[in-house]
Design a binder for this molecule. Structure first.
Ligand code: ATP
Ligand code: MG
Length: 298
């Protein structure tokens, strides 16, 4: 059986200031993998993933039956970091009825006419469910910070550091509110290197079956790589909290990303006091009566 890896190197400790350049985008920070070569490491990661997926499927049933908590999983990343593939693989074993995925793109005119959290509020997972945000309200302190001209019409105020501090505070308050109401919030930054992004873009350009994935806009955003890294770093530092921690997940190798994300999710669910609802004496009596009725049918 593949032993779970130590997840602490990937979890951003609240209050600690991290620098993204200290995070390896390969597998050198993964305990149990780092000492292995590529092929062995890949095999081990896939065994870990398989094990986590089996556990996740059971835990999801329990989450649903328990009906007190919901789980919100937020994915943020640069283009081609593997958000879609990670969501597809990690959720492959769960009952589709207990899982909702929302992808957030450029806001519509109606969405821009509301506060920046409005559209996310409407898509939160119901009790007992797992909700996945493929991009999220963090775009409002990431792409919008890199391109401040995207900020919706607001009463005049300078768009300086305090504007962004206010947004981080709003996000923290929102996530705190979710936690107080039974939603577990897990946030993942899939940390791909600039070099690997280039390799994946090249594949999209050179392989006909991948051409559809290429978008010229992705290349334009790549030109702002350093600004994005700075925005991610600041957002992660300001919003990794006990109630909604960030995880920085290496994303240069898809097998590492998937295994680690699955492990973090399973380990968060394991930490909850989930249980199947207990049947009381009155309900037991009803069950016995129903059973007798069915047995009596001719
Ligand atoms: P994929 O490329 O794999 O389909 P994606 O998540 O990159 O997935 P796209 O349609 O390519 O989806 O991109 C969505 C775009 O919407 C991203 O560039 C993102 O930055 C942008 N976006 C998301 N939220 C906002 C926002 N609040 N304001 C402006 N742009 C936003
Ligand atoms: Mg894209």
């Amino acid at each position: 059986m593949a032993k779970p890896t130590d997840l602490t190197p990937f979890r951003v400790t609240p209050g600690k200031k991290i620098r993204l350049k200290d995070y390896d985008t390969g597998w050198m920070q993964a305990e149990g993998l780092k000492e292995l070569g590529k092929e062995q490491s890949k095999q081990k990661a896939s065994a870990m993933l398989e094990q986590s997926l089996a556990e996740l499927s059971n835990m999801q049933q329990l989450l649903y039956a328990d009906d007190r908590y919901s789980l919100l999983i937020v994915f943020q990343a640069m283009d081609a970091a593997g958000k879609d593939g990670t969501i597809k693989h990690v959720m492959s074993g769960v009952n589709p009825q207990g899982c909702q995925v929302f992808s957030f793109k450029k806001p519509s005119a109606e969405e821009l006419d509301h506060n920046f959290l409005w559209r996310f509020m409407k898509s939160l997972p119901e009790r007992g469910r797992i909700g996945i945000f493929n991009r999220s309200y963090y775009e409002d302190v990431l792409v919008v910070k890199v391109h401040p001209e995207l900020i919706q019409a607001l009463p005049d105020q300078p768009i300086g550091p305090s504007f962004w501090q206010d947004r981080y505070q709003d996000i923290n308050a929102f996530e705190r509110h979710l936690q107080r109401n039974g939603t577990i919030v897990l946030k993942f930054f899939l940390n791909v290197s600039k070099k690997t992004q280039k390799k994946r873009f090249m594949e999209r350009l050179e392989r006909p079956e991948k051409n559809w994935k290429f978008s010229a806009a992705d290349l334009a955003e790549r030109a702002h790589w350093d600004d994005y890294m700075a925005a991610y770093e600041q957002a992660i530092n300001a919003t990794s909290t006990e109630y909604a921690p960030w995880h920085i997940i290496p994303a240069d190798h898809k097998w590492v990303t998937r295994a680690l994300v699955a492990e973090v999710i399973v380990s968060a669910l394991r930490g909850l006091d989930l249980s199947f609802p207990k049947v009381n004496a009155e309900q037991l009596q009803l069950l016995a009566t129903a059973r007798a009725q069915l047995l009596d049918e001719s």
